[in-house]
Design a protein around this ligand. Structure first.
Ligand code: NAD
Length: 480
């Protein structure tokens, strides 16, 4: 069994707290690693290191920061198999998902590296004679990144990469159930030549540690990805210090299928949107809203496809449904399903679990009155809802506290346009899945799915401070 310490100031260090926690393999329940847990003293040390690292990193030329990040992408690509192994054994990813995450993340890092040279300002026309008016952008300082378990590599990078490109230093608090992935990231960046202190990784269960860090005035941005409930706590804490806060939170995303859709394609799209990483994705299309003309046919074909998805050992390349990472999640999902069925929903397939493996599930005839319509299950469960027409589908889609991703399957351009404009979500994919992510796009949600955008120039705005500067040519005339 491996033991991991905290990564502070460019090296592994034992936790002053003396606390340890086991990271478990979700498929077997066996201990995967024993990990030092940061306490308040460790958090302060990470802050000191980050503050010092910021002074060095922010003064380096953009091209030098870019070079380190490009090297990090290369190191990450070279260590792909090792990263896949951690993703499978610690995060319960299937081979498919681990391969996707480990191969896409270096591409994200390359895109982020390029942004180092694009920390750009603007010029403005001034009303005053002789005034040259412009803006500059500067890094913020120390960024606190808190990341979730489901894409522990890619989502940690989405928090770290843009911040580093702009010249910030980062403290990453990875998910308490996937700490090793976060620590490996620190190793990779330091192997690539990142100066000590610029990226520090401090595993902990969150809670009080989050508060300690957020309360420290040296933290200039808290960037959080995780549940809506914890996001609200983080935002409230950050508000006490007027600290900038970016939130990427939960979702209950609508996938609308209209009558004219190619049903087989709609079924494939709904399957990918719901069962990739066994539904543990914020963008999961867990509310499948189908127009009435094709509803029965869609349900039949969807259930037929889903019941064939292979469940089991994530190292089997044919397995699509691996384990759920949180031990309490299968029972939570089962309770949601039982309640839905009691309320009149129809279980088409699945609905059972063995240990941490939940069978892929489709429940039909779900209505807006049912709890499952609104509750994020974070598991392999699709709820199918019937709509009378596309306008009704849009109403149903918008009847939700969340607003992260959405999708519509149709070849009717007018309806697709109406839905993409009217849907209350940060992202809408026409004839694509709800699950889609790229580096340089405005990724993020509205309503209870969060605030701010992660990707390209949108992210760069969040990780930099803009300053207005003027230069007076000659002398200004004053009224007195
Ligand atoms: P979570 O909210 O339980 O944990 C997220 C992170 O917050 C972890 O690092 C955890 O240790 C930490 N944390 C927990 N309590 C804390 C506290 N009081 N103070 C500081 N940190 C604390 O979420 P999770 O279970 O890891 O992830 C699943 C959730 O994340 C789902 O709701 C999912 O929709 C959401 N998510 C959103 C996005 C997005 O981009 N919008 C992406 C992935 C996951």
């Amino acid at each position: 069994m491996n033991e991991y310490q905290l990564f502070i100031d460019g090296e592994y260090k034992p936790a002053e707290s003396g606390k340890m926690a086991d990271s478990l393999n979700p498929a077997t329940g066996e201990v995967y690693a024993s990990v030092h847990q940061a306490g308040v003293v460790d958090a302060k040390k990470a802050l000191d290191a980050a503050q010092a690292g910021f002074q060095v990193w922010s003064q380096m030329p953009a091209a030098a920061r870019e070079a380190v990040m490009l090297k990090a992408a290369d190191v990450m690509a070279a260590r792909q198999q090792e990263m896949m192994d951690v993703l499978i054994d610690e995060a319960g990813c299937t081979m498919l998902k681990a391969g996707f995450e480990a191969s896409h993340t270096p591409d994200f890092v390359r895109a982020m590296a390029g942004e180092a040279r694009r920390v750009i300002g603007e010029t403005f026309e001034s009303n005053l004679p002789g005034v040259f008016s412009y803006s500059i952008r500067k890094p913020l300082g120390v960024v606190l990144a808190i990341s979730p378990f489901n894409f522990p590599l890619l989502l940690a990078i989405r928090k770290i990469g843009w911040a580093l490109a702009a010249g910030n230093a980062v403290i990453l608090k990875p998910s308490e159930v996937t700490p090793v992935v976060g620590l490996k990231l620190a190793e990779i960046f330091h192997e690539a030549g990142l100066p000590p202190g610029v990226l520090n990784v401090i595993p902990s269960t969150g809670g009080d540690l989050g508060d300690t860090l957020i309360a420290d005035k040296r933290v200039k941005l808290v960037t959080f990805t995780g549940s809506t409930k914890v996001g609200a706590l983080i935002a409230a804490e950050a508000a006490k210090n007027h600290t900038r806060c970016g939130l990427e939170l939960g979702g209950k995303n609508p996938l609308i299928v209209l009558d004219d859709a190619d049903i087989d394609y709609a079924v494939d799209t709904a399957a990918f949107s719901n069962y990739f990483h066994q539904g543990q994705i914020c963008m999961t299309g867990s509310r499948v809203i189908v127009e009435q003309g094709i509803y029965d046919q869609f349900c039949e074909k969807f259930a037929a496809k889903v019941c064939q998805l292979k469940v089991g050992n994530p190292r089997d390349p044919e397995v699509i449904i691996g384990p759920l990472i949180r031990p309490t999640q299968p029972q939570f999902i089962k309770d949601q399903l039982d309640q839905a069925v009691a309320e009149g929903a129809r279980l088409l397939t699945g609905g059972t679990f063995v240990d941490s493996f939940f069978h892929p599930t489709v429940v039909a005839d779900v209505t807006q009155q049912m709890s499952i319509f609104r509750t994020e299950c974070f598991g392999p469960v699709a709820a199918v809802i019937k709509a009378t027409d596309y306008e009704n589908a849009l109403e149903i889609a918008n009847d939700c506290e969340y607003g992260l991703s959405s999708a519509v399957i149709t070849n009717d351009l007018q309806k697709a346009m109406a839905i993409s404009r009217g849907i209350e979500a940060g992202m809408c994919h026409i004839n694509g899945p709800t699950v889609r992510d790229e580096a340089v796009v405005p990724f993020g949600g509205i309503k209870n799915s969060g605030m701010g955008r992660e990707g390209g120039r949108y992210a760069m705005e969040e990780v930099t401070e803009v300053k207005w500067v003027t230069i007076q040519q000659g002398q200004q005339q004053y009224p007195f």
